[in-house]
Design a protein around this ligand. Structure first.
Ligand code: G
Ligand code: G
Ligand code: MN
Ligand code: NA
Length: 252
């Protein structure tokens, strides 16, 4: 309850902060995007999203917080494009509570107030978010993509969406869940699953992002399997703004 009360004030007290985890292109060998990951500098210290996002969802606070994350992510990406001339894209996580028709207005507001071109904004949704109401999800995805932004299916392979839904949902990217990447190079099943996801995605015209890329073996396997983008500790942890900007100067 104490946490609920202080989370209520977190936005106004400017205690929320975005970290940015770089995404690297295997083909271009450079930093091409990032995922925005929320942190809470609470009076009790740094709180990770696994601890406060569920609470934000239960209390409905995720709606204003999510709108702030969208606006701040668009503003930041546009700012970096101006400063570094980069074509950097930014991925924002969207939870089930946010995935409703009103999300369109929040996204439009973020894009318009920042001047960020929509093709540089990626929304990450999980299979379970989409499966709650499949028909409504199909419509909302089409409306969002109609704005020109892109959609990534997060934690792909761990939820209960069947492959048939890859056809119904309007998507741009699959993020291969890190539990599969963890098994490379010792687990043959994980390697078969990973390269099959990459093949299916390519045939469907979807980009692939590998999550949890931690070792050189991961990089080598994913390169030869034809994965498009890598995100993980081998390259970078989620970084505060100033450290991320240093990466942009070095590797953008
Ligand atoms: O770095 P990490 O511990 O940051 O993030 C843990 C999880 O918290 C992520 O998998 C993600 O799903 C969730 N998360 C992080 N930032 C956000 C955010 O801005 N909005 C939502 N809805 N979830 C987030
Ligand atoms: O939204 P999603 O659940 O995909 O958020 C990414 C999560 O994965 C964040 O909590 C982030 O800190 C974490 N993460 C990013 N890179 C790595 C990695 O290389 N290894 C592990 N174990 N976790 C990672
Ligand atoms: Mn994500
Ligand atoms: Na994920």
């Amino acid at each position: 309850l104490m946490m609920e009360n202080s989370l209520r004030h977190a936005l106004r007290r400017q205690e929320l902060e975005l970290y940015f985890q770089p995404q690297y292109s295997f083909e271009q060998k450079r930093l091409v995007g990032c995922e925005a990951l929320l942190r809470w500098n609470s009076p009790e210290g740094l709180v990770m999203p696994d601890r406060f996002i569920p609470l934000a969802e239960e209390t409905g606070l995720i709606i204003p917080i999510g709108a702030w994350v969208l606006q701040e992510s668009c503003r930041q990406a546009r700012h970096w494009q101006t400063l570094y001339g980069s074509d950097l894209s930014i991925a924002v996580n969207v939870s089930a509570v946010q995935f409703r028709p009103e999300l369109v207005a929040d996204v439009q507001h973020g894009l318009e107030s920042s001047g960020l071109a929509p093709e540089y904004l990626v929304l990450e949704v999980t299979e379970s978010v989409l499966m709650t109401d499949v028909d409504a999800s199909v419509r909302l995805l089409e409306e969002l993509r109609g704005l020109g932004l892109r959609i990534a299916l997060d934690d792909f392979g761990t939820g209960y969406a069947s492959l048939a839904y890859l056809k119904r949902f309007s998507l741009d990217k699959l993020k291969i869940d890190r539990t599969f990447i963890m098994g490379i190079p010792d687990d043959n099943d994980d390697m078969a699953i990973t390269s099959s996801i990459i093949d299916i995605a390519r045939h469907l015209g979807l980009e692939t992002v590998a999550e949890g890329v931690e070792t050189e073996e991961h990089v080598n396997f994913l390169t030869s399997a034809g994965c498009n983008l890598a995100q993980g500790y081998f390259f970078d942890r989620p970084l505060p703004q100033s450290q991320f900007e240093q990466r942009l100067k070095d590797k953008g």
